[in-house]
Write a protein that binds this ligand. Structure first.
Ligand code: DGJ
Length: 368
C-alpha cells in the first residue's frame, strides 16, 4: 500500500503500522535519516541511532543521528548525537566514513556508550577501525574518545596453537581453495596480530548478565570476530573468537531467545543486496551452527532488497524480535529505505517473511 502523507497533515497523522520500504517520516515530516542503525530501549523510550546520509555521498558530513519513539511507529528527531568534527585533523572530521552506530547503556557507570565503524577521511575502507563515544544522556551529545583496531597482541580463543607460528603471507592466489584454507587457519589474524584486528561492519550486544560484546567483520571481511568489552564498555578485554572463518559475512545482527543466541548476517556485495545468512549457538563463544537464509518467499534471495543492521527485542512482549535492514540507495543515499520485518521462529530457526504492512500485534497472533 502506498503511503502518502502531505507535510501539512503530518503533525496530525500517526503511523499505526510498519510499511517496509516506504518513506518513513519523522515528526518534522522528513524521511528518517538514520541508516545502518541500531536501537536502544531506555526507561520507556526507544532511541534509534543511525548514519545521517546526504544526496550525493555515503560519507559522514553531519554525524550520527538520534530519534526517539514510544511505540516504534512514530519517531521524533532528537539530535545529531555525535556530530562530525570541523577540525580537519580529527579522526571524525567531515568526509570520514561513520557507519552502523550502536549504543548501549552501562548500568554501573550510568553512561551511554556508542561504538561505530570508522574509516579515516580519504582512505576508502582501508583503516577498518572501530570508534567509541560516550554520553550522560541517550540523545547525546556524545563525546568522541578514540578509534582503533581491536585485540592487538591477542589470539582468538578458538585459534589452534600450531597456527600461531605460520607465515603471514601465502603463495596461494586470493579466492582459491588453498587460499581459503589459509584464511581458515588464521592467515589474516597473524598478519594483523601486532597492529590489531580489522573492524568494519559491527554491532553490539549486552547479555542478561551485563557483559557486552562487539561483533564485527574482520580479516578483510572474511571472518566475523566476537569480542568481549570491558566492564565500562569503553574498551576490549582481549577475549575474542572467530566465527565462520573465510565465510565472508557482513552486517551482523544478534538476538537472544531464551538461552539461545541467533545471528543474522549478509554476504559481501558492497551496497547491493544478497541472501542473508543465520547462525545459532547456546554460548556467545560458540560453536555457532549455520542455519541458512532466514528470509523466505519472493525476493528472499536478496533479503527483500535489504541488508541487516540490527535485531530489536520488542519490550513487554515475549519472543518478539524485529529484523531491521537497510535498502541502500548509493545513487541517492538519503533516500535509503528501512526494511523492518518480524522475526518469526519456525522449527528453532529465525524466519523473515515479507509484509507490505504489519504491526506489533503479529507477535500475539504468531504465539498461538
Ligand atoms: C556494505 C556494508 O554493510 C555497509 O555498511 C557499507 O560499508 C558498504 N558495504 C560499503 O560498500
Amino acid at each position: 500500500m502506498a503511503l502518502f502523507i502531505s507535510f501539512e497533515s503530518f503533525s496530525q497523522t500517526k503511523y499505526k503500522a510498519f510499511h517496509p520500504g516506504e518513506l518513513w517520516l519523522d515528526d518534522h515530516g522528513d524521511h528518517i535519516n538514520a541508516h545502518g542503525g541500531g536501537l536502544l530501549y531506555h526507561k520507556g523510550t526507544y532511541y534509534w541511532f543511525g548514519e545521517n546520509k546526504g544526496k550525493d555521498s555515503n560519507n559522514a558530513f553531519v554525524g550520527i543521528m538520534c530519534y526517539s519513539s514510544k511505540d516504534l511507529y512514530n519517531w521524533k528527531r532528537e539530535a545529531v548525537a555525535l556530530p562530525v568534527s570541523t577540525d580537519p585533523d580529527s579522526e571524525i572530521t567531515a568526509g570520514s566514513i561513520m557507519e552502523r552506530p550502536k549504543v548501549i547503556y552501562n548500568k554501573k557507570t550510568k553512561k551511554f556508550v556508542m561504538w561505530f565503524h570508522l574509516e579515516l577521511k580519504g582512505q576508502g575502507y582501508a583503516a577498518a577501525r572501530t570508534g567509541v563515544a560516550v554520553s550522560d544522556k541517550p540523545t547525546g551529545p556524545y563525546q568522541y574518545k578514540k578509534s582503533y583496531r581491536p585485540n592487538a597482541g591477542q589470539w582468538p580463543e578458538n585459534f589452534e596453537e600450531e597456527w600461531k607460528d605460520r607465515p603471514v603471507t601465502t603463495e596461494a592466489d586470493w579466492w582459491t581453495e588453498p587460499w581459503r584454507n589459509e584464511v581458515k587457519e588464521g592467515l589474516f589474524v597473524r598478519r594483523d596480530f601486532d597492529k590489531g584486528q580489522m573492524s568494519r561492519d559491527m554491532t553490539l550486544f549486552v547479555d542478561d548478565n551485563g557483559k557486552a560484546y562487539h561483533i564485527h567483520s574482520a580479516e578483510e571481511n572474511l571472518t566475523l570476530h566476537i569480542s568481549e568489552l570491558s566492564d565500562d564498555y569503553l574498551s576490549f578485554t582481549g577475549r575474542y573468537i572467530t566465527l565462520a572463518p573465510a565465510g565472508h559475512n557482513e552486517a551482523p545482527a544478534i538476538f537472544k531467545q531464551g538461552e539461545m543466541y541467533y545471528l543474522i548476517t549478509s554476504g559481501c556485495t558492497g551496497w547491493d543486496p544478497n541472501a542473508a545468512r543465520s547462525f545459532k549457538s547456546s554460548s556467545i563463544w560458540g560453536p555457532w551452527e549455520y542455519l541458512g537464509n532466514p528470509a523466505q518467499g519472493e525476493h528472499a534471495d536478496l533479503t527483500f532488497y535489504s541488508q541487516s543492521t540490527y535485531i530489536l527485542p520488542v519490550q513487554g512482549k515475549k519472543n518478539a524480535f524485529i529484523y531491521m535492514g537497510d535498502r541502500w540507495r548509493p545513487k541517492d543515499p538519503i533516500d535509503g529505505r528501512y526494511i523492518w520485518l518480524p522475526v518469526l521462529m519456525e522449527n528453532g530457526k529465525p524466519v523473515i517473511k515479507w509484509f507490505d504492512e504489519w504491526d506489533l500485534s503479529i507477535f500475539e497472533k504468531e504465539m498461538h
